[in-house]
Design a protein around this ligand. Structure first.
Ligand code: 9G3
Length: 568
C-alpha cells in the first residue's frame, strides 16, 4: 500500500477528550475517528487490525467446531417480549419503529434471535450439539460512553451460542469455548487471565470472564500470588477461617455515643479496632427488610447478598426506610432486639465483645456477643474479598489487579430455550428442552486492549499477529533518484514475496516520516537512505529499537528471521 494515497491521517497532538493511552493512540495513528459520542469509524489501518483479530477469532471458532452465521442487527421487539426481557434493560436497549410503526430493537445481544432459529429448524437430538456464532455489530446505549472503543455504544462482538441435549454436553461445549478463547487471546499476544465471574442478569451458573491486565481496566480481579485462583472481586469467594479471641464474654452494655455514626467515629469514640465493630446495613429483599451484618473492616458484597436470596431484587434501604423499619437513624442500627431477619457474614461470628448500634439515636451497645444477644438467621460469605486475604483455594495470598473484560463465557441452561420453546426429541422420542451456553468476545475492545498492552512513548508497537502490515518500507528522500528507484524496486519485490508492505513514498522530510513510522508502530521498518547506492538498507525492530544494516539481496531472509523471532 502506498502512503502517498493511503488514508492514514496521523495527529501530532493528543486529542483533549481522550483520557487513556489506547484512545489517544488510536486517534493519533489514524486508526479510528469519532462520529458521535461512543460511535466510531474505522479508517483503513484500524479496519486492517480489526480484520486480523476477527480472522484469529474465526479460525479458532471454526477449529472448535462452531458454525458461522450472520444475524440481523434489527430485531422484532416481540422476540424480547417472548423471552420476557424487553423491560429489563431500560434505555440501554436501543429501539426504533419501522415505516409501519412496528417496534424493533437494535441488537445488544442475540439469544432470542438464535434460539428461535434453532427452535424452528432443529427437532432431533441427532442434530445436537450445535454451536453457532457470528461476528457482528452490537448496540448498547451506554449512559457514559468513554475510553474510545473500550466502552462505545456501537461495537463489534463475536457472539456464539451452544445447544446441547444434556448438562454434560453443555460442560463439553463450555470447555471447548474456554480453550478456544485461551488460544485466541494467546495468539493476540495479550497478557490475560480467565477469572470466575458473576452471571448477572443473563442468568445461568458457571461463567468466566477473560480479563486483559491493565491499570485502566474497569474490573478488579482477585488472584492468588501462588496458585491459579483468579476471580472477579464482585463474586470472589472468601475463605471463612477466622480465629476467635479467647477473651471472656462481658455483660452487654448500652452506651451514649452522641452523633457517633461511622465505623471510624465509633472506633475512636469507643476505642475499639474496626474488626470489633459489627456494621449493620438494612436491605430490602423482594421488598422485605433484611439486616446484613459484616465486620467493621469489611465491605458488604451486594451480589453475594443477591445470590444468597437466589437473585431476588435486593435494594439498599433508604434512610427513610431505615427509620420506618428500625425507627432509628442510619449509623445507630444494630442486630440486638430487632424483629426483622438478620443475616451475617462468616467473619462476624468470631467477634467477641463487639460494638454495634443500639437502634436508638446516639446510642450503641458494647460487649456484644451475637449468639447471646441477637438472633442470626444465617451466616454466609457476604463480604467482598480484600488484598491480603488468604486465597480461597487455601494456597497463597490474595492480590488485586485491574482488568479489561474482553471475553465472557456463560452456562445459560434453559433460560431462553424454555422461554422460547426450543425443544428436541431425545432417543426415546421424548421432548426435552435444549441446554444452552453463550460466549462473547469484544472484538473492537480487544483491539484497544492490545494497544493498552503494546505501546511506548513514541506510539504503537503492534504484535506481528495483529499488525495492520508486516513492515514499513520508507524511502527517506524521494527526490534522490537512487533512493527512489531502490524503494520502488523493493516495494515490488517484497509484495511479490507476499509481505504486507506499507510503503512511505511521500515527499515528506525524514523526521516526519520516522515520527509517523514510530507512531503507526509496524513491527519492522526498512529505511532506504544514504547507503542506497551501496545496496544497503537500514532495518529498525520497533519493539526493541534494534537497528540492523542489511544488503538488499539478504533483505527477505533477514525479514523472515526477524518476523519469526518477534512472533514468539
Ligand atoms: C441488553 C443490553 C445490554 C446487555 C444485554 C442485553 C449484557 C445482555 C449479557 C450478554 C450475555 C451474552 C451473548 C454473547 C456473550 C454475552 N448487556 N448482556 O444480555 F439488551 Cl442493552 O450479552 N450474550
Amino acid at each position: 500500500m502506498r502512503q502517498r494515497t493511503y488514508l492514514s491521517p496521523t495527529l501530532r497532538d493528543v486529542p483533549a477528550d481522550a483520557e487513556i493511552i489506547s484512545h489517544q493512540l488510536m486517534l493519533r495513528s489514524g486508526l479510528i475517528r469519532q462520529t458521535a459520542s461512543g460511535v466510531y469509524s474505522y479508517l483503513p489501518l484500524g479496519k486492517r487490525v480489526l480484520r486480523k483479530v476477527e480472522d484469529i477469532v474465526r479460525e479458532e471458532m471454526d477449529n472448535a467446531g462452531a458454525q458461522e452465521v450472520l444475524l440481523p442487527a434489527i430485531q422484532p421487539a416481540e422476540l424480547w417480549e417472548e423471552s420476557g426481557r424487553l423491560g429489563d434493560y431500560g434505555p440501554e436497549l436501543m429501539r426504533l419503529k419501522d415505516r409501519h410503526q412496528r417496534d424493533f430493537v437494535l441488537g445488544a445481544t442475540h439469544e432470542e434471535v438464535i434460539t428461535t432459529i434453532v427452535r424452528d429448524d432443529v427437532q432431533s437430538y441427532k442434530k445436537l450439539p450445535l454451536n453457532l456464532y457470528q461476528i457482528q455489530t452490537k448496540y448498547r446505549d451506554e449512559r457514559r460512553p468513554r475510553f474510545g472503543v473500550l466502552r462505545s455504544r456501537e461495537f463489534i462482538m463475536k457472539d456464539a451460542y451452544s445447544f446441547d441435549t444434556s448438562k454434560e454436553g453443555l460442560d463439553a461445549s463450555y470447555e471447548a469455548m474456554y480453550e478456544a478463547y485461551t488460544k485466541i487471546f494467546t495468539r493476540c499476544q495479550l497478557d490475560f487471565r480467565a477469572v470466575e465471574a458473576d452471571s448477572g442478569a443473563i442468568g445461568g451458573t458457571d461463567t468466566h470472564e477473560f480479563m486483559v491486565l491493565s491499570d485502566i481496566g474497569e474490573d478488579t480481579i482477585a488472584y492468588s500470588d501462588t496458585s491459579s485462583f483468579a476471580a472477579n472481586t464482585e463474586i470472589a469467594p472468601v475463605l471463612a477461617e477466622y480465629e476467635k479471641s479467647s477473651e471472656s464474654l462481658k455483660e452487654l452494655e448500652k452506651i451514649e455515643t452522641p452523633n457517633v455514626r461511622t465505623i471510624d467515629e465509633v472506633s475512636s469514640f469507643v476505642n475499639v479496632s474496626n474488626d470489633k465493630i459489627i456494621k449493620s446495613l438494612l436491605y430490602l429483599v423482594n421488598e422485605e427488610p433484611v439486616l446484613v451484618l459484616v465486620r467493621g473492616d469489611h465491605e458488604v458484597n451486594e451480589i453475594k447478598v443477591r445470590n444468597l436470596f437466589d437473585k431476588a431484587t435486593v435494594e439498599f434501604a433508604t434512610t427513610e426506610q431505615t427509620k420506618e423499619y428500625l425507627n432509628c437513624e442510619v449509623g445507630f442500627v444494630g442486630p440486638v432486639n430487632v424483629n426483622i431477619k438478620v443475616v451475617a457474614d462468616n467473619a462476624v461470628a468470631s467477634v467477641v465483645n463487639g460494638v454495634c448500634g443500639a437502634n436508638e439515636k446516639d446510642m450503641h451497645y458494647q460487649y456484644v456477643n451475637l449468639e447471646r444477644d441477637a438472633t442470626i438467621e444465617q451466616f454466609a460469605d457476604l463480604r467482598t474479598i480484600q488484598e491480603g486475604d488468604p486465597s480461597p483455594d487455601g494456597r497463597g495470598t490474595v492480590k488485586f489487579a485491574k482488568g479489561i473484560e474482553v471475553g465472557h463465557v456463560f452456562k445459560l441452561g434453559t433460560k431462553y430455550s424454555e422461554a422460547l420453546g426450543a425443544n428436541f426429541l431425545d432417543e426415546n422420542g421424548k421432548s426435552q428442552t435444549m441446554i444452552m451456553g453463550c460466549y462473547g468476545i469484544g472484538v473492537s475492545r480487544t483491539v484497544a486492549a492490545i494497544v493498552e498492552q503494546n505501546h511506548d512513548e513514541f506510539g504503537l508497537v503492534w504484535p506481528t499477529t495483529v499488525a495492520p502490515f508486516d513492515l514499513h518500507l520508507v524511502t527517506i528522500n524521494v527526490k534522490d533518484e537512487t533512493q527512489r528507484n531502490l524503494g520502488e524496486a523493493l516495494y515490488e519485490s517484497l509484495k511479490k514475496s507476499r509481505f504486507d508492505v506499507l510503503f512511505d513514498d511521500r515527499p515528506e522530510r525524514a523526521g516526519v516520516k520516522f515520527k509517523d513510522s514510530d507512531l503507526i508502530g509496524l513491527p519492522i521498518r526498512v529505511a532506504i537512505g544514504k547507503r542506497a547506492a551501496e545496496g544497503i538498507v537500514e532495518l529498525k525492530i520497533r519493539k526493541t529499537g534494534e537497528m540492523i544494516e542489511v544488503q538488499v539481496d539478504e533483505l527477505e531472509t533477514v525479514l523472515q528471521d526477524q518476523l519469526q523471532k518477534l512472533a514468539n
